[in-house]
Write a protein that binds this ligand. Structure first.
Ligand code: NI
Length: 411
């Protein structure tokens, strides 16, 4: 059966997507306080005839269902809605009207694109198999919204079988607006924090023999920690261990009783993530012990790595190819070590997260979280089109495309 061309429909919807995005851009909200954004989205969903619209899921979040008329599974589609505590400097006519708040990461576009997807899917309920659960999440920037929504049952009733989401912007340098980028494995990194407390015995700077110097132990620990990535992590598995703070002491002639170090760990594989945590603990305790001091480590866990399911990735490649043309669907050059809350959903449900590059004109691109960051509105429809096409086809089999031009390496 020949289906309607989603590409044309999505393209025709772009003006509406821009309108929604500008409204959201003008009225940014932070963290879990996304009630007005959720209310705005709920109002649009209501007008489209979406079912089961629930606000307050994970505090500021929203879920809704587009019920298909054919039997089938449930695909979750997720967008984040929160902005950042930044004073906007774009000078755009629809710049933020809220002092000190700004959509500087493109989440306004994500919300608009998912609303557009709901709109197109609501027109195609007759051919939609199963249902689509729309998940609008708060508090992505503080890494807490996904967990709160999952705890509030966002992935239940109806139970979500697979999930997809996207990030717009210019994280993927070298990509142009209108392309779609994917990874067959990790797309983004995990982000955990550690606090290392080293305890010695304070004393006079002139009598080190009567003290246990925690700074000396900290320096050894710092150096030893550097060998985790360089000597213990497989070279092709990117990982980062950065110590960002070391604090101790109050005067030149005093040996302080303790020293504290804080750092961040970024990994692309769950095994690497666990291994690095174990090794930081072992090294800190062992080296501190060897230096007559003691150490304790506390981890603050952020999102796990964003890992894409290979089957869902193939389906995304097919869907995106029908919207932007197969030649504009490319594997990313490398994962980014930035983290994403979407990872919590992907930990529960197999799915795919993909790049929706939306760089603007030459010389006008600012990094994410910059006061002048903006997105290219002309390609909003490609995100909407890709998600809609994926929702309509993810339950159909796909033959994986062999990687082109790859010879067998010798050694
Ligand atoms: Ni973001």
């Amino acid at each position: 059966m020949e289906r309607t061309d989603i590409r044309d429909e999505a393209q025709a919807l772009n003006a509406r997507l821009v309108e929604w995005r500008r409204h959201l851009h003008k009225h940014p909200e932070l963290g879990f306080d996304t009630q007005n954004t959720a209310a705005f989205a709920a109002e649009q969903l209501e007008a489209m005839g979406a079912a089961d619209i629930k606000t307050g899921v994970g505090r500021g979040g929203l879920t809704a269902v587009i019920q298909g008329e054919k039997p089938g599974g449930v695909l979750g589609l997720r967008a984040d809605m929160d902005a950042l505590p930044i004073h906007e400097e774009t000078g755009l006519p629809f710049a933020s009207s809220e002092e000190g708040k700004m959509h500087a990461c493109g989440h306004d576009a994500h919300t608009a694109m998912l609303l557009g997807t709901a709109k197109l899917l609501s027109r195609h309920r007759a051919e939609l198999k199963g249902a689509v659960k729309l998940i609008f999440q708060p508090a992505e920037e503080i890494g807490a919204g996904a967990v709160a929504m999952i705890r509030d049952g966002a992935l239940e009733s109806p139970r979500v079988d697979a999930i997809a989401g996207l990030h717009t912007g210019n994280f993927w340098t070298g990509a142009s607006a209108g392309e779609i980028g994917y990874s067959r494995g990790a797309l983004m990194a995990s982000a955990d924090m550690f606090t290392l407390s080293i305890t010695g015995t304070g004393g006079h700077g002139a009598q080190p023999d009567r003290a246990v110097d925690p700074i000396a132990a900290a320096c050894q620990i710092y150096t030893a920690i550097q060998t985790i990535v360089s000597r213990e992590v497989p070279p092709a598995q990117a990982a980062v261990v950065t110590v960002g703070t070391i604090q101790a002491g109050s005067a030149a002639n005093i040996i302080p009783p303790s020293c504290t170090m804080q750092g961040t760990i970024r990994t692309l594989f769950p095994e690497t993530r666990t291994r690095i945590q174990e090794r930081i603990r072992e090294i800190a305790e062992g080296v501190a012990g060897a230096m007559r001091a003691s150490a304790s480590v506390k981890f603050t866990y952020g999102p796990p790595p964003v890992i894409c399911d290979s089957g869902m990735t193939e389906k995304l490649i097919r869907a995106a190819g029908r919207i932007v043309g197969p030649e504009h669907v490319r594997p990313v050059d490398a994962p980014t070590m930035v983290a994403e809350d979407m990872a919590f959903f992907l930990e529960k449900v197999p799915g795919v997260f993909f790049w929706h590059p939306s760089a603007v004109g030459e010389g006008e691109n600012y990094p994410h979280h910059h006061p002048k960051f903006t997105v290219n509105e002309e390609v909003l429809w490609t995100g909407t089109g890709t998600m809609t096409e994926l929702a309509l086809t993810w339950q159909e089999q796909v033959t994986p495309q062999p990687a082109a031009g790859r010879g067998q390496a010798l050694s």
